[in-house]
Write a protein that binds this ligand. Structure first.
Ligand code: NAD
Length: 489
């Protein structure tokens, strides 16, 4: 089996390293490819080529730079189905989820095509008599993305199109667990005729990341992944003088008030908790029922969880696929057990399911733990699997306190028909992405992906105008031109 090549300076480069990992289809456990664990020399070569390419790319007018993105958008649309199948093959989610993921990726390309408007600076004449002040935005240089496994097609696009449109050059380091999707996308990036060295793909794991952190030619890093790694990259990257934005882990609560529309709330909550097998950073992990919502919601969500069709994401009618690896499956099952040991009632047990035809696959069915102690490990640890913990409280203030006591702040949602309750929640909840009668409050490409607390380290988030600010540095020019210096016309 061939080892996946890197893409550096406009060419596919066969890896010379002997260190590699297997890429496994989590539904069938079939070996799909091998991914090289690129050493520092490869990162340094990519950074050198990207730095060379930057000299001309930043001088290319913004209106011309976006022509490559228009072409990329067309190529992504044309190849959406093929890329979606690849995501499902290596990541295990359903084909519908993979298609949705690529739609979100494409939206970011579309928004970045507006860079000739978005990158503009501002100015003011006569800040003092006869003196004008101008603020312009200039690109940073070589930038890099370090990406997680759960959205291999979408997450690099929170950054890459904006970075390129602003005149930077770029290196993507995909998750070593799911490198095939970016391989496919880089085939399209090479067709989009970017000049050599403007976009580069380097595969690898921790040593590759460490080389990115150490390389002085790389000026900015965008990271998405777990909180411990986010902290590590944020602190080391910053101490090396880089601009860094790190989106971390999550533990997202949804609150169900007694007046919520039960049918809609249950359907949306189930999709949030069990969609993508709970491996979204915006997955609901805790459902907090308030007052009389307890009994009706508990019964309804249990039925929905039991009925969910689980299987190979490529198969018709499947509503939930696998988790990413056997290690992940074991870790999730151990956390379920810990929940039971801490006193929770295992209302729906999704461990050890029988999925005919896929007996070796990394499947866990939807699982519900009831009466979870808010102080227990299971209530405070990111599970990243299809496990929903139910907690009951008496009123909305207690529910909001639960939200605000969490170390994470990626998302919090409220289900209600009350405008006043919705406003109170929006005002008081300490999370960066808020859903009101929404279960996955994923910001569109023209809004920032706003995590808070341990879910985000930095100032500027991915997507939209935040990305434009992140990928540019401001320069202020204060000018005086005396009349008497000029020839009179
Ligand atoms: P991860 O942190 O294990 O890996 C992310 C990236 O970091 C990978 O490219 C990996 O190669 C690299 N990496 C891993 N360990 C490293 C180390 N010790 N040193 C340097 N680099 C290292 O995350 P994952 O398991 O791939 O993804 C799941 C996590 O990502 C979850 O915690 C999820 O909540 C989070 N996530 C967050 C968001 C968000 O927007 N906040 C979005 C998606 C995923």
């Amino acid at each position: 089996m061939n080892i996946l090549p890197n893409y550096i300076n406009g060419e596919w480069q066969t890896s010379t390293t002997t260190e590699e990992l297997e890429v496994i289809n989590p539904a069938t456990t079939e070996l799909l490819a091998k991914v090289p664990l690129s050493p520092a020399t490869v990162v340094n070569q990519a950074a050198f080529c990207a730095a060379e390419a930057f000299i001309n790319w930043r001088r290319t007018p913004a209106t011309q730079r976006v022509q490559h993105l228009f072409l990329l958008k067309y190529l992504l649309e044309e190849n959406l189905e093929d890329i979606a199948r690849t995501i499902t093959l290596e990541c295990g989610k359903t084909l519908a989820e993979s298609r949705g993921e690529m739609r979100r990726a494409i939206e970011n390309v579309e928004i970045a095509c507006g860079i000739p408007m978005m990158m503009q600076g501002r100015n003011l004449e006569d800040v003092a008599r006869g003196i004008d002040e101008i603020m312009i935005r200039q690109p940073l240089g070589v930038c890099a993305a370090i990406c997680p496994f759960n959205f291999p097609g979408m997450i690099p696009f929170w950054f890459l199109p904006y970075a390129l449109a602003c005149g930077n050059t770029y290196i993507v380091k995909p998750s070593e667990k799911v490198p095939l999707t970016m391989h496919k996308i880089f085939e399209l990036l090479s067709e989009a005729c970017f000049p050599k060295g403007v976009v580069n793909l380097v595969h690898g794991a921790k040593p590759t990341v460490d080389a990115i952190l150490e390389n002085p030619q790389i000026k900015a890093i965008s990271f998405v992944g777990s909180t411990p790694v986010a902290k590590y990259i944020y602190s080391w990257g910053a101490s090396n003088g880089k601009r860094v934005q790190c989106q971390g882990g999550a533990k997202n609560p949804i609150i169900v008030l007694p007046d919520a529309d039960l049918e809609m709330t249950t359907r949306i909550a189930a999709d949030s908790a069990f969609g993508c097998a709970g491996q979204r950073c915006l997955a609901a992990s805790i459902a907090v029922t308030v007052g009389e919502a307890k009994q009706s919601f508990t019964e309804a969500i249990a039925t929905t969880a039991i009925d969910r069709v689980v299987g190979n994401g490529l198969d018709e009618g499947v509503e939930m696929g696998t988790v990413i690896s056997s290690q992940s499956k074991t870790r999730i099952e151990q956390l379920i057990e810990k929940g039971v040991e801490s006193g929770a009632n295992l209302l729906v047990d999704g461990r050890n399911p029988n999925i005919p035809g896929y007996e070796q696959g990394y499947f866990i069915r939807p699982t519900i733990l009831q009466d979870v102690n808010p102080l227990s490990e299971v209530a405070n640890t990111e599970i990243f699997g299809p496990v929903l913990s139910l907690i009951h409280v008496d009123n909305i203030d207690e529910a909001i306190s639960l939200v605000n006591n969490s170390q994470f702040g990626n998302m919090a949602c409220l289900f209600t028909r009350s405008g006043a309750a919705a406003r109170k929640f929006r005002y008081e909840a300490e999370a960066g992405n808020i859903g009101i009668n929404i279960g996955v409050a994923a910001p569109m490409a023209f809004f920032p992906f706003s995590g808070w607390k341990q879910s985000f380290f930095g100032d500027l988030h991915g997507q939209g105008s935040h990305a434009v600010e992140f990928f540019t540095q401001t320069k202020v020019v204060v000018e005086r031109w005396k009349d008497e210096w000029s020839r009179k016309f």
